[in-house]
Design a protein around this ligand. Structure first.
Ligand code: 1PR
Length: 559
């Protein structure tokens, strides 16, 4: 009689393993945590989802006493699946942490992507192309389908050469503009992916299932001929993001709301209530089913002092992440926090940690990022090293990786007659002239959900945040929010030119053409909308269909 296999999860306490747990449960399996080195001896299969920087992961493995037992486990021939950094540490080393040797299971070094022609991190849905010439040798397990897209998020990768030792272990390769990297490896009992199957919708779940239920050991014994990098096609898609602004309404229920230029209440003659567009978890699930590539929740009243542990957003995240297998971003209140009782203080990195443990993949930082940027420029002007590791952005990026840190920008246009009227701010000439015919403007950053304008412009903000370690910019625009009149393309173009991290266009989308405009005119990596999705004016599928017709690469949802 078959004894039940024991599946283990190797976690060194860093971060978001909840999405993996959720995915395993969704597939009808259970998974135990490796708690001590002895657990390696009783495991039948192990999944190893690495998080954070390479060096952080290796140090954590060693300090838990897991590095040697892990190697011994691999040598024993039992199946291991590594994910993301959990794949990278199987190599010899990484430029991310040059002093920290890897486990050396696979020959090669992890290197930083080149930023000249593209945004880094490589973030989004891309293909994984099987590179073996003699495909007949490749069994259906692990099951990678060539047409599917998988969710990647990383700044470092192993370059794909198709030669030498790689012939023995590279399973798939992925092109990101001018570079082709190893996106999965498979050698005997070890299978590992650079992408996140637990965040890759139905395709990712199918892959995880084939690892958990299948027979992993690879039949290939002799080194294979691999395709050459030139034969691997570019397939990164533009992400369509659904955004849910969440707050408690006057009855105290958590609702998805949506403002016009950040005002979320009905007009006074209609009662002045907070607009209610639905329940956060239900709506998010609907967007997942409809093909959203990513979902963002913004807790828009987080500037109020609430006991952090009681925040109902944590429960929303827990529930949403149980049935949604695309990346979840959560924003609002990521800053050093003191509970109203004055006794509990939560450093921002702990607030973020609580969000990650509840199912978030990224956190977004609004107000606190503005203060951090102001401090950055002050220190620079004062001749002091601007990076001292004390800001939320730096600390969260160090611990969870920069891809996990999104900066949400809430700017508004300030028109000026002439550039010099904007004092030290970065001014653009605009085709959308101001109320008095002004032809110049700058973009002022705001904090506290647009309630307070600051003496900082968007360019200053995003450049400082990129230097501090942010991995992505969510670019709203107060003037455009809720207007359905299209994105502020001038703002987006100007911001995109200032940074090399991905930019999400937000605020103002009213029809499918608006999405393709931002992609075609500016080259944004992602497009976001709220109101038109909530009110069912434009379905996500219509946005994708339109982009497809325009020749823009998008993810078609697997069944
Ligand atoms: O400052 O770190 O606590 O974060 C607060 C977060 O809450 C910020 O990300 C900020 O953008 C957000 N926020 C605060 N107040 C509001 C509000 O609306 N009153 N919402 C707010 C921001 C903008 C987008 C919106 C797009 C697309 N809403 O989230 O989804 O503009 O809308 P559209 O497609 O309907 O035009 P912190």
């Amino acid at each position: 009689s078959a004894t039940k296999q024991r599946l283990f999860l190797l976690d060194y306490g860093a971060g978001n393993v909840r999405s993996l747990l959720n995915a395993v449960e969704q597939l009808g399996h259970s998974i135990e945590y490796i708690k001590s080195p002895a657990d390696f001896a009783i495991a039948d299969k192990i999944i190893f989802p690495g998080v954070g920087a390479f060096g952080y992961a290796m140090r954590a493995l060693r300090s838990c006493g897991f590095a040697e037992p892990l190697k011994a486990y691999i040598d024993s021939g039992r199946p291991l699946m590594g994910i993301c950094v959990g794949m990278q540490v199987l190599f010899d080393g990484s430029d991310e942490s040059p002093d920290e040797p890897g486990l050396g299971v696979f020959e090669g070094r992890v290197q930083l992507f080149d930023k000249k022609l593209k945004s880094v991190p490589h973030m989004g849905w891309n293909a994984a192309q099987v590179v073996h010439q003699e495909c007949a040798l490749i069994s259906a397990v692990p099951n990678i389908s060539e047409g599917s897209r998988y969710y990647f998020v990383h700044s470092y990768a192993v370059p794909f050469t198709g030669e030498g030792a790689q012939r023995g272990f590279v399973h798939t390769a992925t092109r990101y503009v001018d570079q082709v990297v190893v996106s999965s490896v498979w050698s005997k009992n070890v299978f590992a992916t650079q992408f996140h199957p637990e965040k890759s919708g139905a395709a990712g779940l199918a892959l995880l299932q084939s690892f958990i239920e299948g027979d992993l050991v690879r039949p290939l014994s002799t080194p294979a001929e691999l395709r050459m990098p030139a034969d691997v096609c570019e397939a990164l898609t533009v992400r369509v993001v659904a955004c849910l602004d969440v707050r408690a309404n006057d009855q105290g229920d958590l609702v998805v709301t949506k403002g016009d230029q950040y005002d979320v209440r009905e007009s006074a003659d209609q009662g002045g209530d907070v607009r209610n567009l639905g329940k956060p978890v239900d709506l998010a699930k609907r967007y997942y089913d409809e093909g959203a590539d990513e979902i963002a929740f913004l807790n828009i009243t987080s500037f109020r002092n609430l006991p952090f542990k009681d925040t109902p957003m944590l429960e929303v995240l827990r529930q949403a992440s149980r049935s949604i297998f695309v990346p979840l971003t959560i924003g609002g209140g990521v800053r050093d926090t003191i509970d109203p009782d004055g006794e509990h203080s939560w450093p921002a990195v702990e607030v973020a940690g609580e969000y990650f443990r509840s199912g978030a993949d990224k956190v977004s930082i609004g107000s606190d990022a503005v203060y951090a940027a102001e401090r950055y420029w002050q220190r620079l002007a004062g001749g002091v090293e601007p990076l001292d590791g004390t800001t939320a952005i730096e600390q969260i990026a160090e611990r969870y990786g920069r891809q996990a840190v999104v900066v949400s920008v809430d700017p508004r246009r300030i028109y000026v007659k002439a550039p010099e009227d904007a004092s030290h701010h970065h001014v653009i000439k605009t085709a959308v002239s101001g109320p008095n015919g002004e032809q110049f403007c700058w973009y002022q950053c705001t904090v506290k959900g647009g309630r307070e304008g600051r003496d900082t412009d968007v360019r200053q903000l995003v450049m400082a945040c990129e230097a501090l370690g942010a991995g992505e910019i969510l670019l709203n625009c107060m003037d455009k929010d809720g207007t359905n009149s299209g994105y502020d393309i001038e703002l987006i173009a100007d911001t995109k030119a200032a940074v090399s991290i991905p930019v999400i266009a937000s605020s103002g989308a009213g029809k499918p053409e608006h999405f393709s405009e931002a992609v075609e005119q500016v080259g944004v990596e992602a497009v976001l909308a709220a109101g038109i999705f909530h009110r069912r004016e434009v379905p996500i599928a219509a946005v994708k269909q339109h982009m497809l017709e325009r020749g823009i690469s998008i993810r078609v949802v697997d069944d």
